[in-house]
Ligand binder design. Sequence first.
Ligand code: NDP
Ligand code: A1CAB
Length: 277
Amino acid sequence: MSNRIAFLGCGSMNEAILGGLIDGGTNPADIVATVRRAERATELAERHHGITAIAGEEEPDNNRQAVVGSGVVILGVKPVGIAALAREISGSLAPATIVISVAAAVSIEQLEAALPAGQPVIRTMPNTPAKLGRGVVSVSPGTNCSAAQLQQAKAVLSAVGTVVEIQEGQVDALSAISGSGPAYAFYLAESMAAAGVELGLDPELALLLARETVAGAGYMLAEPGADPAGLRRAVTSPSGTTERAIATFDERGLPAIIAAGARAAAVRAAEITRQLA
Ligand SMILES: NC(=O)C1=CN([C@@H]2O[C@H](COP(=O)(O)OP(=O)(O)OC[C@H]3O[C@@H](n4cnc5c(N)ncnc54)[C@H](OP(=O)(O)O)[C@@H]3O)[C@@H](O)[C@H]2O)C=CC1
Ligand SMILES: O=C(O)[C@@H]1CCC=N1
């Protein structure tokens, strides 16, 4: 397999994976990224020295150029653009090139239908902490992906975090927890900062406290075998202040609210899949 990796559509998600791969030891010279805007291509090339970034507004065949000679191609445009992109590159793909999609809601069936017959395909669901090598990436192999090709893809993706293999039927549920999940944690930090301001703290200080606290708690959760409930209990003194806060969260139904949000994300994924059919 060629070492070259093509990132087709390099926005938030694909750039996070690209950055994680480079930090994990991938040679930037083996990476090519495509985007629409020249300004974005320049930004990527400046931020990740040594990669090739090609803008469609300057070179309309950028995606096809990027695919030629690449062993792995990672599709990272919005779900609605995935099938058109797959069709665009079909004539330029080598038969053994592994096509990975990071898109929410685009099924393996939809991907395979837009690609040459027999093309190995893997549907993944990553998350943006991939940028720091702390992502979670699911992999679900398509019908033409051999065990060896799946292993190759897992080896590449393991540089950006924890790789889990799941049945495609579970992707929407996983996406509702780990794909969207970083946004939930950031939302918690935003809400804590706002609460601090309401309690009379200076906004800058409140933001600092919220960021460092959520980040610090994240580091504790990242320790091997960490148990969120146990870590929470260790902060919660009997009859103390945290106990009162957690009791208020429980009374107001915060766990049910989080479950409802995650359900809504999964429902939305299924809705998009139907819209794309
Ligand atoms: N953001 C996240 O946390 C996650 C996202 N995903 C999935 O990742 C995918 C991308 O999402 P996200 O990164 O947030 O989106 P962004 O809008 O940040 O990135 C999309 C990128 O695709 C580029 N692009 C659009 N059309 C083309 C094209 N035809 N050829 C080449 N490049 C193109 C855009 O270029 P330009 O900038 O020049 O417009 C942009 O850089 C989605 O399918 C989403 O479901 C999955 C998990 C998590
Ligand atoms: O919001 C989205 O649709 C994508 C998928 C998971 C995270 N971001």
